[in-house]
Write a protein that binds this ligand. Structure first.
Ligand code: KG4
Ligand code: ZN
Length: 343
């Protein structure tokens, strides 16, 4: 089965071809980061317009690289939500029209399910069941994943997502959008002992997270510095922030492993690219004797490959494809609605 995947939920346009036998054949991606950087964040209207400009050239690129023809595609998968409504509408309208034109069905995909399943794209994939730590710009969740569409929410953030906390803290330190990766780079030069920031809900006894207090602590630290921030202050503050957030993410993940008794942890979403998070989890996994799986770095952030993969796995697990032509997007869409095992 050959599935074309289209991602357009936020500021990346991604197109990919995934074959159920051969795996990922090709993927093409355009990031709008440079365009939005000027405004310090994603401008939804600009995002939609840019998706319109990119989808056709990216489709051509993905097809050429795959060596396959459009007519060979069996189904078109696309992100139906959650995300920015205008941006979602572009990908969704394009996918439905394309599928209609080649007489093939579509399969609307949940963006987070794409992230969740993205480690299956790697050459040494995990097998079900596993615990998933989903840490993206909009979500922070721990889940027990028993199979495709079998998700049990173990805990989630009560306020800001981990990626959001990274980005907002980065902004306070004067870093350009999207600051998460830059903050993490800066943190490498920082002194871990210089400042100590709170570890919210570390001892809450459950698997919930809260990051807004940590963000406020960064703000307080910045305000205490007065007018100008020195480079060494920025690096030390970035390190303090990262030490705190990584400790919380790791401790809660360990708790989830203990609670479920599972032996595989999958880390997905943009924050999964964080080096300190990876190094700490790897160390703990060795100590506690479980395995950690990460998506390839290029599949941590938004991309078309994870959408093509999720669409293909959905079809293989019996989710019916839909007749092309009609569509709706779902900008707000809890992942648990995708779970057959949700109570
Ligand atoms: O999964 P993703 O592409 O977005 C959503 O679907 O929400 O993740 C983007 C998030 C951003 O908040 C970005 O700052 C963060 O992932 N991020 C990182 C790193 N690379 C990306 N955060 C920490 N360290 C990184 N290396
Ligand atoms: Zn995402």
């Amino acid at each position: 089965m050959l599935v074309l995947g289209i991602e357009s939920s936020c500021d990346e346009t991604g197109i990919a071809l995934y074959d159920s036998e051969a795996g990922l054949l090709s993927h093409a991606l355009h990031s709008q980061v440079a365009m939005h950087a000027e405004y310090g964040g994603v401008v939804p209207e600009l995002a939609s317009r840019d998706h319109i400009r990119r989808v056709v050239p990216l489709l051509r690129e993905a097809l050429v690289r795959s060596g396959r023809q459009l007519a060979e595609v069996d189904a078109v998968a696309y992100t139906r939500g959650p995300g920015l409504s205008g941006a979602l509408l572009v990908g969704c309208a394009f996918a439905e029209a394309l599928a209609l034109s080649i007489g093939k069905p579509t399969i609307p995909v949940h963006h987070l399910e794409g992230h969740l399943l993205s480690p299956l794209l790697s050459s040494t994939p995990p097998s079900f069941p596993f615990v998933a730590l989903l840490v993206s710009g909009g979500h922070t969740q721990l889940m027990r994943v028993t199979g495709v569409g079998e998700y049990e929410l173990l805990g989630e953030t009560l306020d800001d997502a981990a990626g959001e906390a990274f980005d907002k803290s980065a902004k306070m330190l004067g870093l350009p959008y999207p600051g998460g990766a830059l903050l993490s780079k800066l943190a490498e030069q920082g002194d871990p002992e210089k400042y100590s920031l709170p570890r919210p809900m570390l001892h809450s006894g459950d698997l919930s997270f809260s990051f807004s207090g940590l963000k406020t602590a960064v703000l307080t630290l910045v305000r205490e510095q007065g007018e100008s921030l020195t480079e060494s202050f920025k690096a030390d503050a970035a390190r303090a922030f990262q030490e705190a957030i990584v400790e919380v993410l790791v401790k809660k993940s360990l708790k989830a492993m203990k609670q479920t008794g599972l032996k595989q942890l999958v880390v997905a979403g943009g924050v999964g690219a964080n080096k300190q998070l990876r190094a700490t989890l790897d160390r703990e996994a060795k100590r506690k004797q479980f395995r950690v799986y990460y998506p390839e770095l290029e599949f941590c952030t938004d991309n078309g490959a994870m959408i093509a993969l999720a669409g293909c796995l959905r079809l293989q697990s019996g989710t019916p494809a839909k007749e092309a032509g009609s569509f709706a997007v779902q900008p707000r869409w809890p992942l648990m609605e995708m779970s057959a095992t949700a109570q």
